[in-house]
Structure formats: structure tokens, C-alpha cells
Design a protein around this ligand. Structure first.
Ligand code: ADP
Length: 330
């Protein structure tokens, strides 16, 4: 089998937003939206990014496509794709499309500007892209408000694809849609990823939709990645207590999924301005010990040779997973 190649590598990424206050506006602190995150995305893969609202998922997405500049860290891309080759699809399809332009203008202007079509073939090219996302050419003469939410999200997907991206961030693309429509859009995204060999970061706040489209999943809590593993492995063996709670809350019927004492999450997510010392999850964690309150855990492999990483040495040590996995892997 062909060796997987890394398309994007992120090392110690940080994004701090300044907090302004006082009569003469000055910086009174920072929201540490992303606080030292490292991961890689392989070519042609969809990496899922999951976590509660406000934990920093969109912020990571925006740094990856170049909409914002990181406060620290390194993002490296193989082959250095141009700005147009990195696209983002947002949750709110309505505010992503100019309400005063019809779809012909919305789609054609960027393509013509970036030289991806010319006056001679633009119409045919737009019709081809609309067909790919399940819309007909009659869409071209209409305005965004004339479409349903699901159709509008298809137009946003068409707009992103029209710029021939190598990498797409999908930021909760189905969260605002009716449940019955969500599956259609997820199916479309999955089909397009495969046909176009797209590399994607798929952001969601629950594991259900993320699991449907992602080969691997990274779990985020308060500006940090706390666990990352192949999707199947993550569900079978969630290590971090936060991941365990997310798995318990996910509506995925799996008779083989081990019972984990129905640990559902208690309490509120802490502040990203003053995150708790030690493990950021410790105030909500049923397994927290003194060491968790003092020492920040590092994301590390749960067993030698495994690609499954978690930032909870307490659970790894307690459950003896290292020995068990060594047996499986070796
Ligand atoms: P998520 O996508 O996980 O819901 P975000 O990345 O949108 O989270 O936000 C992470 C944190 O950063 C939140 O506390 C949010 O309020 C804050 N934040 C996001 N964008 C800005 C901004 N432009 N200025 C100040 N704070 C921001």
C-alpha cells in the first residue's frame, strides 16, 4: 500500500485574542482560543475536529486556511498551496453568500478573477459544478434567499469547489440544518471528498456527524487537543475522560461499544481567559487526582507503536491499556 503523505503539519499552534478594556482602550488580557496544538493531516484524508462550543475549533480552521494569522507556532503545507486552494465552508450559509448577487455572479466572479475559467467556458463550468453538488442550472438566475438552507449550503460547497481547492475546512456545515437534511449534505461531502481526493478538516461539536465523514478524529478541550486516533479506535477505546463523555453522548448504535458507566459531562466549560492550572479538564473530571491539578498532561501515544494519542496519563496508567495494546500491536 502507498505510504500516506502529510499535506499539513501544525506545530504548537497558538491563537490569543486580546481583550480590550478601560477608558483608554488597552489590552487587559487574552482569550487563549488555541493554546499549543500540534497535529498532521494526510493527503486525501478527512480529519474530524470535535469539542464543545468555544473550545477553539473554528479558530484552528481560520488559521489553517489563512483567514487569520497565528500568535505562535508553525503551519506547514506540502507544495505550499495558494490562498484559493485552501477553502472554508461555514455553518451559516446565508451570511456566506452576498444576498444582493444572484448565483451566476457569486460563482463566476471569483473563478474569472483567479483565471480558473474564461468568458467562453464559464457557464458550462458553473453548470458542471452545480451538478456535482446536486443542483440544476436553473439555480444560476436566482438569489440566495430563494433557496432552502440545505440548497444554500450546496451553493456554498459549489463556491468552495469552484476554486479547485486542495484543502477544505468544513466548519459545522450541517449544524444549522434540519436533521432530515443533515444526512443529505453529509453524504454529499463524503462523496465529493472521495471523487475529488480532497483533504479536509471537518469541525463539529458532537461525534455523530464528525464520525460519519472522518477517518481520524481529534478531540479538543479549551484550546488543547486532548486525544487523537482513528475514528473506529476512538469509539472502541476512548481514553480521555472528556472523550469518554462525548462518546457516551454520541447517538451511534454500536452493540460492541463498551459500557463506560454512562459518564455524561457535568458542569460548564471553563474560561479560555484564565484556564485551570494543570489539566484544563480537571474541574469536571471524575478521575482527577492531585497531579491533574498541578501538572499539565502532554498528548502522547497510549502505547508503543500506536497512532492513538491522549493527554491523560492517569487513565492510561490506571486501565493498563499500554500493556494490553502492546499485545495487540506486537
Ligand atoms: P469553537 O469553534 O470551538 O466554538 P471558537 O474558535 O469560535 O470556538 O472560539 C474559541 C474562543 O475564542 C471563544 O472563547 C471565543 O469567544 C474566542 N474568540 C473567537 N474569535 C474571537 C475574536 N475574533 N476575538 C476575541 N475572541 C474570539
Amino acid at each position: 500500500m502507498k505510504e500516506k503523505e502529510i499535506l499539513i503539519e501544525v506545530e504548537d499552534l497558538k491563537k490569543y485574542y486580546p481583550l480590550k478594556g478601560g477608558i483608554v482602550t488597552h489590552t487587559t488580557g487574552h482569550v487563549k482560543a488555541v493554546d499549543g496544538v500540534s497535529f498532521a493531516i494526510y493527503e486525501g484524508e478527512t480529519l474530524g475536529l470535535v469539542g464543545e462550543s468555544g473550545c477553539g475549533k473554528s479558530t484552528i480552521g481560520k488559521q489553517l486556511v489563512g483567514l487569520e494569522t497565528p500568535t505562535g507556532g508553525i503551519i506547514s503545507y506540502k507544495g505550499n498551496p495558494s490562498r484559493t486552494e485552501k477553502q472554508m465552508i461555514f455553518q451559516d450559509s446565508y451570511s456566506s453568500l452576498n444576498p444582493r448577487k444572484h448565483i451566476y455572479e457569486i460563482l463566476s466572479q471569483p473563478m474569472l478573477y483567479h483565471g480558473l475559467a474564461d468568458k467562453g467556458n464559464i457557464r458550462a463550468e458553473m453548470e458542471r459544478i452545480l451538478d456535482m453538488v446536486g443542483l440544476t442550472k436553473s439555480a444560476l438566475g436566482r438569489y440566495p434567499h430563494e433557496f432552502s438552507g440545505g440548497q444554500r449550503q450546496r451553493i456554498c460547497i459549489a463556491k468552495a469547489l469552484s476554486l479547485k481547492p486542495k484543502f477544505v475546512v468544513c466548519d459545522e456545515p450541517v449544524s444549522a440544518l434540519d436533521v432530515s437534511i443533515q444526512a443529505q449534505i453529509l453524504n454529499l461531502l463524503r462523496q465529493l471528498q472521495k471523487e475529488l481526493h480532497l483533504t479536509c478538516l471537518f469541525i463539529g461539536h458532537g461525534l455523530g456527524a464528525v464520525n460519519y465523514v472522518s477517518a481520524r478524529i481529534a478531540v479538543m478541550y479549551l484550546g488543547k487537543i486532548v486525544e487523537i486516533a482513528d475514528a473506529g479506535e476512538l469509539f472502541r477505546n476512548p481514553i480521555h475522560p472528556y472523550t469518554q463523555a462525548l462518546c457516551n453522548a454520541a447517538p451511534i448504535p454500536d452493540p460492541n461499544r463498551p459500557e463506560r458507566g454512562a459518564a455524561l459531562l457535568q458542569g460548564e466549560v471553563a474560561s479560555a481567559i484564565n484556564p485551570p492550572a494543570g489539566c484544563r479538564f480537571h474541574p469536571r473530571c471524575p478521575h482527577a487526582t492531585d497531579i491533574c491539578r498541578q501538572k499539565e498532561p502532554q498528548l502522547s501515544t497510549v502505547a508503543a507503536g500506536s497512532s492513538h494519542m491522549a493527554a491523560c496519563p492517569v487513565v492510561v496508567a490506571r486501565d493498563g491499556l499500554a500493556e494490553e495494546r502492546n499485545g495487540i500491536n506486537g
